[in-house]
Design a binder for this molecule. Structure first.
Ligand code: C2E
Ligand code: CA
Ligand code: CA
Ligand code: CA
Length: 278
């Protein structure tokens, strides 16, 4: 026993201990945030480059932390996923997005929303029946609410993820494949799983004006999507040159700081009219 204790001491790493402690604290703060409803959804416009109009928005979560201010999702979503709290957070986001859609439909605003879904939520954290019931209860068509998934979803558990996808698409919920191009075998997944749109990752869009291989890649993705009957959304569109090039490549939809940053709902509603559409 004495020897074991010695070994433990030998491997005791104060930095690691600190990291574990910090993690534990963040996790209990996350639990409080769920209880106290400290999360908020921001909305970023999605623009149709053919019709030159605003068609929808991506809902992006933030944490209004009482001391730290607005915390971006990359700082807490990974921990929420590891600790299993993502299920509750995801259901909260679904409810808030649905209330917003109901509000828009009441005022005859036809915008749609897309919601990010983590691989860890599928299938049990977000059962298809919950989606159907939520849309029914709020009185909007399933077509109004797209679910953004990443390749990770399809990797996690082929059988149940595929069935989840099939069921929600059958009911009319569009599915977007997010961060397209950043994973390992995107093309083979596209053959196996039907999706409605591809979102080309912003890391590829950023340099299309200057980097010929990035431009060729985006062009190839758009051509391939077209041949599969899938529309493309370009992410990270930051300037007019991006818009010009993407339009030339036949990219239908775009999203990025050029049009607007993600905004709180009141600012989003006020902004709708003066988004640059070129
Ligand atoms: P994502 O789904 O790839 O979202 C796009 C990210 O790019 C957002 O960061 C957005 O603010 C940012 N962005 C938009 N336009 C531009 C641009 O022109 N240039 C640059 N450089 N960035 C741009 P954000 O809001 O910090 O979200 C980060 C990630 O957090 C999201 O990446 C998504 O994976 C995750 N996330 C956000 N909300 C949720 C949620 O409700 N549930 C889950 N599971 N994940 C979420
Ligand atoms: Ca997304
Ligand atoms: Ca993305
Ligand atoms: Ca991402």
């Amino acid at each position: 026993a004495k020897e074991k204790g010695g070994n433990l001491m030998q491997f005791f790493d104060p930095l690691l201990a600190l990291a574990i402690e910090e993690r534990r604290r963040l996790e209990s703060e996350l639990r409080r945030a769920i209880r106290e409803r400290e999360f908020v959804l921001f909305y970023q416009p999605i623009v149709d480059l053919v019709q030159n109009r605003l068609v929808g928005a991506e809902a992006l979560i933030r944490w209004r932390h009482p001391e730290r201010g607005l915390v971006p999702p990359d700082d807490f979503i990974p921990l929420a996923e590891e600790s299993g709290l993502i299920g509750e957070i995801g259901l909260w986001a679904l409810e808030v997005a649905s209330e917003q859609l109901a509000q828009w439909r009441k005022h005859e605003t036809q915008l749609y929303l897309s919601l990010n879904v983590s691989a860890r939520q599928i299938p049990d954290g977000l059962p298809p029946e919950t989606l159907f019931e939520t849309a029914r209860r709020h009185g909007f068509a399933p077509e109004s609410l797209a679910l953004e998934i990443t390749e990770g979803v399809l990797l996690s558990d082929l059988g149940s993820a595929a069935q989840w996808l099939e069921e929600i698409r059958e009911q009319g919920f569009p599915v977007y494949l997010d961060d397209f191009g950043t994973g390992y075998s995107s093309l083979s997944y596209l053959k196996r799983f039907a999706v409605d749109r591809l979102k080309v990752d912003k890391s590829f869009v950023r340099d299309i004006a200057t980097n010929t291989s990035d431009r060729a890649l985006v062009e190839a993705v758009i051509a391939m999507a077209k041949s599969l009957g899938i529309e493309v959304v370009a992410e990270g569109v930051e300037d007019a040159e991006h818009v010009r090039l993407l339009r030339g490549m036949g990219c239908r939809y775009a999203q990025g700081y050029f049009f607007s940053r993600p905004l709180p709902i009141d600012e989003f509603c006020a902004l709708s009219d003066d988004i640059p559409l070129l």
